[in-house]
Ligand binder design. Sequence first.
Ligand SMILES: [Zn+2]
Length: 348
Amino acid sequence: MRVFFSAQHKSHSPKTFISKGKILESPEQPKRADILEKAARLAGHDFIEAKKYGLKPVKSIHDAGYIHFLKTAWSIWKTTPDSGTEIIPNVHPGRNMNASPNSIISLAGHYQADTACPIGEGTYEGIIASSDVAVSGAYAIMTDIKNGNSKSFAYSLCRPPGHHAFADQAGGFCFFNNAAIAAQVCLNNGAKRVAILDVDVHHGNGTQGIFYHRSDVFTISLHGDPLFYYPFFAGHRDEVGSHEGTNYNLNYPLPRGTNDKDYLSALNEAIDKISIYQPDVLIVALGLDASIADPLAFLSITSHGFFEIGKAIANASIPTLLIQEGGYISPVLGDNLAAVLGGFEEIR
Ligand SMILES: [Zn+2]
């Protein structure tokens, strides 16, 4: 398996995570990618340094004001008197206030949906690199297709993840939506339809939001039931898309503790729907946090389950780009990545 990667992710190193009123260390640490890199190298996969594409592909998905905020926020913040070492919003416009933001504190509240996406000194460089990793994978797939290889596949080891990022809003460890950017690169380079299958334990709310009105990208997410789990305010079964995108968004909220067998049954149903859609490219938002051992655990997928997930996705026989999303540090994080990639390659 080709693995696209950039060590530049390390410049984004968030410190703070607030959960149920407790201030904790962010689980979205550079060490996550170290573990995933090591596991993929040990399994014999081929690493390719991501090319630098910069902002051009990002602009095809994200709002100009939001990009400007991410680019400039730190330089303003560091000169703000009495400011901390990370930009974390402490006020949001919410339901009852909607005046335009202008100060750095109000801009943070406007562009950062929650406290789980702190911005630090090297965040901007890290998130651009993560997008570059996704875009490199997308170009590799499209080049293969143009050369007649309909069995093309690759893995983009992105960090930080992207699927909670909307066109104009960060959230849940995510800033630029890597899978959405990659999908648009495919569409701009010959693909007519793209499906994004999100197997992260959290609903891909940003990806859903970006493509909610569109029929050229079919978004499907399997995730812990948002009645009880982040992102709470999206990911329910009745969210099916709107306007031209009606019936091109599909959610599978799953009960706490869902095991391999029940998960695979829902996954195979989702893959059948994707096959009917006949996309030119399948992008998999590959979270590994559905693991039973994940520190954010909600579902109960074993390493063998991840192997079967890899096989099921490969069985769809569609050119496929796997893009890393969540998955946090546990004794089996690396094993689970190796299992998905191994299962995929067993079929292809
Ligand atoms: Zn997740």
